[in-house]
Each structure stands twice: as C-alpha cells, then as structure tokens.
Design a protein around this ligand. Structure first.
Ligand code: MG
Length: 329
C-alpha cells in the first residue's frame, strides 16, 4: 500500500492567468508518497476547475477512498521518478540548462514595451500569450511588439475558445509580413477536424487541452506541435503518438507549484536527451506568473533557462523536509 501525505498551499497570481480565470489565490497540495519498498518521493497536485478538473478537496477525498484521479495518477508517476533519484542521491535537473523556455504572458495589457525589451534582453526569444479576450486589441499589441522587437516569436493560446471568429479575427488582423513570427496557435477552437483544417490555413497549430479529442487515425493531422504537460498526461502515450506522426513537442508545466515546474523540467530534460530534434522550446518557467514563495526562490533562472539546482531528485530537499505533512488515511 502506498502512504500519502499532503501539504496545502496557495499560489498568488500577479495577473489574471488566462481568459477563463480570475486573479485570486489558487489552492493546491504538495504530495509526499511512500512506497512499501522504502522509497519516498514528492509531487504536486494542482487542479484547474475552470478547465474541467475536480476541485482539490475532491481529489484528496477520493484518495482517502482509494480512488485515484488522472491528475493523481500523474503525481504518483512523477513522485516515483523523484523517489528513485533521491534513493540514488542523484539530481534530476543536472542537464536542465539545455531546456530553453518561452516567456508566458498571461495578461498582455500589463506588459509595457519596456518590460518586453527587458524580457528580450534576458535572452527569451518566444512569448506565449494567452489570447481570446479581445482579438482586435490583441492583434494590435502583437503587431506593435513585433515592430519594436523584430526578433521575437509568438505562441498564441486560445484555450479552445468556442467561437471560431475570435481566432479568425485575430489572425486576419495581423499583417501578412508579420505572420512568420507566429510559431503556432494553440487550441484555436475545440477540436474538430474540419474546423482545425480551416484554422491551419491561417497559422500552424498546436494541440494542448484538446489532445483527448483528436482522432489519431487521420493523416495528415491539422497540427504540427503537441503541448505535453507531464502533470496531466500519460507521457509514454503522448511520446508514442508524437513519434508516430512525426510531430514536435513542447513540454510545459501546468502553471503549478515550483515542485510541478521542476518535475516538468526534469521530464523535458529526459525526453530531449533521447529525442533532441523533437523538443522545441518548452514552457516550464510559469512560477514567474506568481508572487514568489520559498520554493520559487530556489528556482534560479538565467533568461529562458533554469540554472542547475542542488539537492536530489527534483531538489527542494530542505524545504520539503520542513513542510507540515498531513497523512491521508
Ligand atoms: Mg494551452
């Protein structure tokens, strides 16, 4: 039997995080998992109820009754990796510098030209923008930003907005000469083969939350890139499909706790080692979207990369040891 304990936390966003969430503290829990073979590892549990997840309490309640949600399944898988490395006294983040990340812009209205210049000077080359609130204004902001910083590329995340015209209006408002700066649009509308084929005529596409709705026997698929969130998806299954269809892979955190950020980076390092050509820029540095806490202070970055962390497994050894752990019985 696995032994679970949890430690609750809240993350305070600096801005509204996307078109469907409000700027309020978000609850999550760190998990400590102990196996009968003596191994002990840590992972994060950070549901997104706005995007269809059960609330945190429901996952923990279920766990008491032996019900393992899909998020918990991933937490257990990640904690086991951490546990194995802790046993061997190895770090899972020794090659993390090789993972380059985009800069996530949750609310572009709060990002001034000076801030964009600063982000660029730090070494970021790609901005990922959460869009879908006001397509015309978003297009204007992107145009202006590209003109001021011509070496930046953009990833636009529509989070499966129900209205095709939102995507269409944004894309058709951008001048043709700036189109090559749009690396991809993510989940432009809910997945539907015809709608995505139409959308792909305006811009290359990437699939994230719509992954489960894809019919994989269709060739060619209407997207080129898959967003992989190890906190939410069966990694082996995604890798299998990505390799089979010759797609690119961007590994991202789930905009979760720094423990989740470290796990996403560890998985990204592992995959990049085996398939270096498959992994494009990742999106793991989402701790920058929240006000700092003790854990995020240990994530030292140099521009788009995390600097190698001390400790074993995913790190944070001393901080994890001093959390208050509530056993789940
Ligand atoms: Mg997304």
């Amino acid at each position: 039997m696995l032994k679970f304990s949890y430690s609750s936390y809240e993350l305070s966003p600096k801005f509204s995080l996307n078109s469907v969430t409000k700027e309020i503290p978000r609850p999550g829990a760190l998990l400590k998992i102990e196996w009968p073979d003596g191994l002990c590892g840590y992972a994060d549990l950070f549901p997104w109820p706005e995007l269809g997840d059960d609330i945190l309490e429901k996952h923990l309640e279920g766990l008491k009754k032996g019900r393992i949600s899909r998020l918990l399944e991933q937490s257990i898988w990640l904690a086991r990796k951490d546990a194995q490395l802790r046993l061997e006294k190895k770090s899972g983040l020794s090659e993390v510098r090789k993972i380059k990340n985009h800069y996530t812009v949750a609310d572009y209205t709060k990002i001034s030209d000076i801030m964009v210049a600063e982000i660029k000077n730090q070494g970021f080359t790609t901005l990922k923008i959460k869009v879908g609130r006001d397509p015309m204004d978003e297009a204007r902001w992107i145009e202006r930003t590209i003109k001021k910083s011509p070496y930046l590329n953009f990833r636009l995340d529509f989070i499966g907005n129900r209205d095709f015209s939102v995507f269409e209006r944004l894309m058709t408002s951008l001048s043709l000469s700036l189109k090559p700066h749009i690396e991809f649009a993510e989940d432009p509308v809910p997945y539907d083969l015809e709608a995505w084929r139409e959308a792909s005529k305006l811009c290359p596409l990437a699939v994230d939350f719509e992954f489960d709705n894809v019919k994989w026997d269709v060739i060619p698929l209407p997207f080129r890139t898959v967003i992989l969130k190890p906190a939410r998806q069966d990694v082996a299954k995604v890798l299998d499909l990505v390799n089979k269809h010759n797609l690119k892979l961007a590994i991202t955190s789930s905009m979760d706790h720094p423990v989740g950020v470290a796990h996403a980076l560890m998985v990204a390092s592992e995959i990049k080692k085996v398939w270096p050509g498959r992994v494009v820029e990742c999106g793991c540095l989402t701790h920058l979207l929240y006000w700092p806490n003790d854990f995020s202070k240990e994530l030292v970055t140099q521009g788009p990369c995390l600097v190698q962390m001390g400790g074993t497994g995913i790190g944070f050894d001393a901080l994890l040891a001093k959390q208050t752990w509530n056993p789940i019985r």
